[in-house]
Design a protein around this ligand. Sequence first.
Ligand code: GRF
Length: 296
Amino acid sequence: MSSHAQGHEVSGRTDHSASSGASGRLRVAVLVSGGGTNLQALIDRAKQGTLEADIVCVGSDRASAYGLVRAQEAGIPTFVVSYEKYLKGPMDEPVEDTLVASVDTRQRILHDSDEDSRRDRLRRLIAAEREILAHLEAHGADLVCLAGFMRLLTPFFLGRFRRNDRPGVVNIHPALLPAFPGQHGYRDTYRYGCKWGGITIHFVDEGEDTGPVIAQAVYPIWDEDACEDVQQRGLHLEHVMYAQVINWIARDRVRLVPRPGGRPRVCIEDPSYREVVGSWVEAAFRPRPDVELRRT
Ligand code: GRF
């Protein structure tokens, strides 16, 4: 039985607390918009048996995303939700005004001061997200991993997709947040003249790249580096990190701990934590392998 079948609706959202299907393994959906080298790294680890989760589906907002090809070659079901259609076309499925208004009060991704146009865009995003949620439910996904998914998710999606009453969506970002949020983490790090670049894996919240930090690692940037060198070194680290973070989540070792006077801290209660972080430091200094940068 899939976790979808086991899950139950709690106040309008799907609760995945009885999650992870008959196998007991975490069921991961990966969302991509582009080349999908992170996805490939996860697929490779799944094949090697070192990913403690199953990739149950791969979704994209772009039919031409090469990540979809990688998934299909690995025999993983794929789906495409055309944001173009939702954002530019007629609205076929109505989205209730009250829902749009309540999502608008919580969201921190759309900053248009004109309420009508902001809510129109929000309504369209929610419609697209409903389609994604239907795919995720059909595949019984417990956790969503964003891997180069270039769309911002609204509080509607995030509220519907939670695990064990914890955030259910994770993102990998190519900078040491809160520095350099947005779409060009490597370029911004390089152009700023940083001596260190960083990678952040975080839960997704209602802002852009603002969610609780799960894991971070840094790598050196040398004087002779071009931006592409920086990206290659960082991607190598991304590929090492993402599977290990998913494994901690799969083992239920990731806790969001409230702290007085500050943001909640994500604590990794796994005996491997310090050793794994040490291995990231080593990986950052290892001569980088040829990381395939194909992005279509
Ligand atoms: C990665 O740099 C990731 O950190 C960012 O988007 C990029 C995706 O790369 N969110 P790929 O598609 O996995 O190669």
